[in-house]
Design a binder for this molecule. Structure first.
Ligand SMILES: *[C@@H]1O[C@H](CO)[C@@H](O)[C@H](O)[C@H]1NC(C)=O
Ligand SMILES: *[C@@H]1O[C@H](CO)[C@@H](O)[C@H](O)[C@H]1NC(C)=O
Length: 349
């Protein structure tokens, strides 16, 4: 009798934990809608030929899995709603990653896709009242987000409302594109004066997004074309002219221009995809690169956990959270000095 009672109690406890009954955690995970772009400048062979893009697969799958394993419920949204496309190379890149593959399915024709990002909710449909139910907003990166994230008023609204109601605002890789132009109610920048990271200019160069011709586009020749070249004969992949005409930018440049204290790790091509680097400034949690999906989500969840604790115990919130942790990679000389922790970044409270 007693054994049955204890077993029943244990089952109850497990059930409660698995379903997060005692620790509310609702996550709004936001992915891009942009699955391709058509270059209108650059070498003739690129013009008019759609190039695939999207969200970067593991930034979504790894963060989603962290939140799910922590007992959170996750709502997946995007600026327009509907399909959130994964950047196709990710399916090969993470073919042997079980965490990612657990969220990948095959269509009838054998092509891979991610069912949970097939039919996302539109950011416009999420009201401010509904945002009260969320604890964490997480902006997933990938180069697709360079197109729609910076210009979506609803993403800016979501970031503002979440921030101003004391929630966790987090983003990885190109995800902070959604925050660069985000304003608070007093019209000040959400990111100004805050320590942040995100995909770096050096990483863009490695990817080929910004080559020497990257900013050599019609109307910008004098400023950005290499000597003796014009947009017509500058070779190499160009940043699409749509970027500058819409006022787009490289993320590191955008964050710095908005007044953020941008922090990155020194990276090299052979390792940067795999080295997580996360910066936490209060409730603002950002990860630098495709390898940081898991760690950024862990830090975001941990911040949520600390907020709940500090409400109960009235711990000093801001000093507890102003930390940075990263892989043991040397900081560049130009970066502000940061405290690098290899583990144990979760402050005691
Ligand atoms: C908000 O600030 C921007 C500059 O950052 C300015 O152009 C704009 O007029 C301001 N809007 C209001 C309502 O104050
Ligand atoms: C590129 O075009 C400009 C303008 O037509 C020309 O002056 C320049 O020599 C060209 N450069 C090359 C490397 O073809």
């Amino acid at each position: 009798m007693r054994a049955i009672y204890v077993a029943a109690l244990l089952m109850c406890a497990c059930f409660a934990l698995a379903h997060g009954a005692n620790k509310r955690c609702n996550v709004l995970s936001i992915v891009t809608n942009v699955g391709s772009w058509v270059p209108t400048t650059g070498p003739a062979k690129y013009i008019g030929v759609p190039k695939p893009t999207g969200y970067w697969l593991a930034e979504f799958t790894h963060s989603y899995t962290v939140f799910k394993n922590a007992g959170c419920s996750i709502t997946v949204a995007s600026p327009k709603g509907g399909l959130g496309p994964a950047d196709p190379p990710g399916f090969n890149f993470y073919a042997n990653d079980p965490v990612t593959q657990a969220l990948v399915a095959k269509r009838a024709d054998g092509s891979p896709y991610v069912p949970v990002t097939e039919n996302t909710i539109s950011a416009a449909a999420i009201t401010n009242a509904q945002l009260a139910d969320f604890d964490i907003v997480f902006f997933v990166g990938g180069t697709g987000g360079m197109w729609d994230f910076p210009y979506d008023d609803n993403l800016h609204r979501i970031a503002r409302v979440m921030w101003e109601s004391g929630k966790v605002v987090s983003a990885v890789c190109h995800g902070p594109m959604a925050l660069v132009h985000a304003k608070l109610s007093d019209n000040s920048s959400l990111v100004a004066g805050r320590s942040m990271t995100g995909f770096s200019n050096a990483e863009e160069e490695l990817l080929g997004t910004a080559t020497v011709c990257g900013l050599c586009y019609p109307g910008n020749e004098a400023a950005a074309c290499p000597v003796g070249l014009t947009p017509a004969n500058c070779s190499g992949p160009h940043m699409p002219s749509e970027y500058p005409t819409k006022g787009s930018f490289l993320l590191e440049d955008g964050l710095k221009a908005a007044g953020a204290v941008y922090v990155s790790t020194q990276q090299d091509w052979s390792t940067f995809y795999f080295r997580p680097h996360v910066v936490r400034h209060g409730r603002l949690v950002t990860g630098q690169n495709p390898g940081a999906g898991r760690e950024t989500a862990e830090a975001a969840y941990d911040t949520h956990r600390l907020l709940r604790l500090t409400k109960k115990k009235s711990c000093p919130v801001w000093s507890q959270f102003a930390d940075t942790f990263c892989s043991p990679v040397q900081q560049t000389a130009a970066d502000p000095p940061v405290k690098c922790k290899t583990n144990g970044y979760i402050p005691k409270c």
